[in-house]
Design a binder for this molecule. Sequence first.
Ligand code: GLN
Length: 542
Amino acid sequence: MFENETKTTKYVFVTGGVASSLGKGIISASLARLLKGRGYSVTIQKLDPYINVDPGTLNPYEHGECYVTEDGAETDLDLGHYERFTAITTSQANNVTTGKIYQSVINKERRGDFLGKTVQVIPHITDEIKRRIVLLGKKGGYDVVITEIGGTVGDIESLPFIEAVRQLRYELGFGNTMVLHLTLVPYMKASGELKTKPTQHSVKQLLENGLQPDVLVLRSDVELGADLRRKVALFCNVSPNAVIESIDVPTIYEVPLKMQEQKLDEVVLEKLHLPCEGESDMVTWREFVEKVKNPKDVVNIALVGKYTELPDAYKSIVEAFVHAGAANDVKVKVQYINAEKVNAETADEILGGWDGILVAPGFGHRGIEGKITAVKYARENKVPFMGICLGMQCAVIEYARNVLGFADANSAEMETPTEHPVIDLMEEQKNVTDKGGTMRLGAYPCRIQRDSNLYEAYGQEMTYERHRHRYEFNSKFLADFEKAGMRATGVNPETGLVEAVEIADHPWYVGVQFHPEYKSTVKRPHPLFVGFVAASLKNRNK
Ligand code: GLN
């Protein structure tokens, strides 16, 4: 939209104070969506202060789900929000951790690139942080890069990031950069008062580190009112129109609309000296939110997995159900079921009555037998079934054991002796010893067979879906499976790797080696989830 101007990328830095988990990711994604709705090209980056090179080696109980990008980066789950809200495609460069920064600085040091200098946090670590921020903007030629800094201001480990932002503001120009700081305004029930002191303190902390916020977003349970916002503006050196309130809403998808009501996008554009005419086009977004808030029916899905105590562990799956629910005019209620509790005796009780059953991705043997039992239940009782990654592998094992009669069938991952490793380690994985970043990751092509649930969902022969696995369908047994009625309805055209399996004589049964949930967005609810929800709705109404 700015052909006549030499492009200067503008940078928005998002920091958080008072407490963690205030929703910086959602605010960043909401702002990005609002700017996109005005025709700006935007991307979002997450800087994570932890020392892991990426979250791929983290247990989901640490930081929730590991999100996988198209180019095969294992990243923070906030990138999932970015993609779901904005339909932009993120990449390796969109998630930078302290581990990554140090790794590249140390590699340079080992190569001798620093020519005998002492390597220090300032300037070497901060330079590397700055380089990664600016590079993303330059490479993509974006109008705006939103960079979210993980953690809370005042944490020891986020200091180098804050310092890098301080320097960048100076180097790129104050009119080309801005800081949006998100804080919490607690409501004290006993005295019936809202407290601004934590916000004042966290802004003070930011100032001590050399950053003056331009915009404050205040998270709160209740409405803040103009007086309180004026008070915060006065004490925090922020213009009153730049104090925005963010009240808890029933669905995160309402946040962009709430931010638009308060003109967050206008304030940001003003601070960045970017043109701001008319308003952001949120028409389809609003329609989507209306559907989410006013469903015509309910569909109940059982999600059988092993990380069931933490809602964030299956974040992308849960969000994909929100999108697919809206597409079907229903609310999808997802109930987490602990796979370890499912066995032949409990299956009827635990799994009876659901409209659809999803068997989740995962690693290791814990809960695997429960997952296999859940597939059996869904297959025999003709309950719509979707198996994702390990869930698909369980479907293959279950079919081998109970239909093909390979009683000992298993995945090589489970390390139990078997004559029938129907799921086996991929050839290229056999010499891999490092755990980090070594799986089969990112998007690969999948050719879809006609006359399948897959084809019905996608309506096309080719698709690209994202992966994160080491094991695969053992093609040695493919002929046995096809003879017995389990078809490979999706196959990688280059390697022949089985990407999807289905069976006949079942209302909807799909196992996929890939993770469709990573590619579901508000703009394009994932066709497989839409198909699964539709089948579950039909099952419910039958
Ligand atoms: N553990 C299985 C594998 O590595 C499945 C992985 C997953 O579900 N993401 O192949």
